[in-house]
Design a protein around this ligand. Structure first.
Ligand code: B1M
Length: 210
């Protein structure tokens, strides 16, 4: 089994303690950070499929998520600081009612490496909290909302509408997450949508540059 395959298997099995060492060994073997990340994302896909099939349950999903987060911590320096531009501050969070944060944290990492300062509000963020963060932080040029549950799409809509009807200006809103499509993003009034973390960073710069 290659190191990457081992990382993939151990993330799926939720072996959080083993992951930092394995990810480091995979890097040392010459595997790119991108390919290791991709392997871990695939593990989460498998975990999701097994959850849907009733083959594993919430605790196992949580352990896999913890394992992946440990791996992302090791990879983070390999994605950081690729840009010398400054595009202002991005306020990012997972919308109200939603506790999924791995995708949001990957998006945050990529947007930061594209040249934004990040204010990460975490998970289960109410529309009012997003708005407060725009008011309280300097030079907010972007608000990024993540959502993984179909049941929290109304919260995403409410967040976008709260921001857009606030009278505040100078920032764009980007949305994303597995159930979000370009059509949904447009229909709720977001300025932009991206399907994954890499394209979120590209879209973020595009939106802010105007
Ligand atoms: Co949950 N969960 N979960 N879960 N979970 C999903 C999302 C699900 C698809 C699993 C399934 O049924 N197959 C399903 C949602 C079904 C639906 O709504 N259609 C689901 C469910 C049902 C639930 C619960 C309701 C289960 C229950 O309690 N019965 C519950 C809800 C809790 C809540 O939020 N209120 C729940 C709980 C959990 C855990 C807490 C156990 C854990 C999350 C832990 C954590 O995040 N710290 C968890 C996990 C791990 C998953 C799966 C297995 C993996 C999610 C993940 O991290 N993926 C997931 C199944 C799956 O995704 N296939 C599942 C890897 C990550 C890199 O991908 O987050 O999609 P993702 O992010 C991508 C893109 O979506 C995009 O870029 C990212 C990277 O490229 N993206 C953006 C994300 N945000 C973006 C923002 C952008 C742009 C792009 O712009 C701003």
């Amino acid at each position: 089994m290659s190191k990457i395959e081992e990382v993939k298997a151990k993330v799926e099995a939720g072996k959080a303690k083993l992951i930092p060492g394995l990810v480091q060994e995979a890097l040392d073997e010459g595997n790119s950070a991108q390919s290791i990340l991709q392997a871990m994302v695939e593990s989460m896909g498998i975990v999701g499929d097994k959850f849907s099939a009733g083959e594993l349950f919430v605790p196992e999903m949580l352990m896999a998520a913890k394992a992946m987060s440990k791996g992302v911590e090791i990879l983070k320096p390999h994605f950081a600081g690729q840009s010398t531009s400054s595009y202002g501050t991005c306020v990012i969070g997972t919308v109200a009612g939603d506790l999924h944060d791995i995708g949001k944290n990957l998006v945050s990492m990529m947007i930061e490496s594209a040249g934004f300062d990040i204010v990460n509000l975490g998970v289960d963020v109410s529309p009012a909290k997003f708005l407060e963060a725009v008011k309280e932080n300097k030079n907010v040029t972007l608000v990024a909302c993540s959502g993984l549950l179909t049941t929290t799409m109304p919260a995403m809509k409410e967040t976008v509408q709260t921001l857009k009807s606030s009278g505040l200006t100078g920032f764009k809103v980007i949305v994303g997450g597995a159930p979000v499509t370009a059509e949904l993003a447009a229909s709720i009034g977001a300025d932009g949508f991206a399907p994954d973390a890499g394209s979120a960073a590209v879209k973020a710069v595009e939106l802010v540059k105007g």
